[in-house]
Design a protein. Structure first.
Lengths: 199, 159
């Protein structure tokens, strides 16, 4: 009986994990990850903010690089309005040697990242969010002290050339939130680098 | 000796010039034209880029596939997602160095959200991704393929 129960529980857990992919409207998943300064950062540390711009990104991906300056700008433009950026590097460093903790520190130093750059060491966080590529944005909105996902996708509609951007998805989404409305679109797709994992 | 050397050099240069792969540019409409092809030809459309390590690992298999099916109704199309600004510096040299002679198209429409779902609603946008289809069967894969996996998919789809 016990075995059956355990098997059943295991099956249930598997189903939960297999389905774990957040959608707009879902409650955000708490995380507690090491920042490049050695300190731990949790989503709950931001409970006094209106929202958080969670960016799954990495060092070597050309799309991540193409967006680095825009991610910095997002943080600088929206920190005061209550929407700071938290960057998370989800890549397995054995498969992607450019994404070690040391290289993350280097890159953050070169670009003067004004936001935390966290290492998803066990890769549990990107999996819980359902991120598939870098960069992959999850805009979270504060909902009475915890967070809800309100937008998932790209930063804007032109990775190569920021001057040629027509739709600024993340900025527009925050403007919608500030106006008391739901972001539209609340989900976009983009080409990006796969998240590097052994699984 | 110098003469022989010069001859060899000029032959080599000529080869480089001759092998220069031409890359067709494509936009969303061009992609849709490929995707809507209603025929008994099996299309193997791979989305890749020169900077994408897992893509580069499998790109040779697509060239082998192209060679293998050259006289059959199988058409390999390699849609490059390199930035259009990198055509001359990166894409063309890469194709030459790796002897890629299959049909390569460079995607110029960077509004990815407007066309990713047209390829497959299940595609998140991560590359490599491969679509194999004809008017009877359709398979989409969002991951790097081994040579066997690729050949098996085509074998299963091909008439």
């Amino acid at each position: 009986m016990k075995t059956i129960l355990l098997t059943f529980a295991g099956f249930l857990m598997f189903t939960v994990f297999a389905d774990a992919q957040l959608k707009p409207g879902d409650r955000a998943v708490e995380f507690n990850l090491k920042n490049i300064d050695g300190k731990m950062v949790s989503l709950s540390d931001y409970s006094d903010q209106k929202g958080v711009i969670v960016v799954f990104t990495c060092n070597p991906c050309p799309f991540a690089k193409a967006y680095e300056n825009r991610i910095i700008q997002l943080h600088n433009n929206f920190l005061e309005k209550g929407y700071p950026v938290v960057a998370i590097n989800p890549n397995d460093e054995e498969i992607s040697p450019e994404d070690t903790f040391e290289k993350m520190k280097e890159r953050a130093g070169e670009k003067n990242f004004p936001f935390p750059y966290l290492k998803d060491e066990t890769q549990a966080v990107y999996k819980a969010y359902g991120a598939t590529r870098t960069p992959h944005i999850y805009l979270l909105q504060n909902d009475r002290g915890t967070f809800r996902v309100v937008y998932i996708g790209a930063i804007d509609d032109n990775a190569m050339d920021s001057a040629a951007v027509i739709q600024r998805y993340v900025e527009d989404a925050i403007a919608s939130l500030e106006a008391g409305a739901k972001p539209d679109p609340e989900f976009t797709k983009a080409i990006g680098c796969t998240i590097k994992t052994k699984d | 000796m110098t003469k022989a050397f010069l001859t060899i050099l000029s032959v080599l240069m000529l080869q480089v010039m001759l092998s220069g792969q031409t890359v067709a540019l494509t936009d969303k409409d061009g992609l849709v034209d490929i995707l809507l092809a209603e025929s008994d030809t099996t299309y193997v459309v791979n989305f890749w880029a020169t900077w994408c390590a897992p893509c580069i690992q499998e790109i040779g298999y697509f060239q082998e596939l192209h060679n293998h099916y050259v006289n059959q109704k199988v058409k390999v199309i390699l849609v490059s997602l390199d930035f259009p600004s990198q055509l001359k510096q990166r894409l063309t040299p890469f194709l030459d160095e790796n002897n890629i002679t299959a049909d390569v198209r460079l995607m110029t429409d960077l509004d990815y959200n407007s066309w990713i779902n047209l390829v497959d609603p299940g595609w998140s946008g991560a590359i490599p991704a491969t679509l194999v289809f004809n008017n009877r069967k359709r398979t989409f894969v969002e991951k790097a393929l081994s040579k066997n996996e690729l050949f098996d998919i085509v074998k299963q789809n091909h008439y």
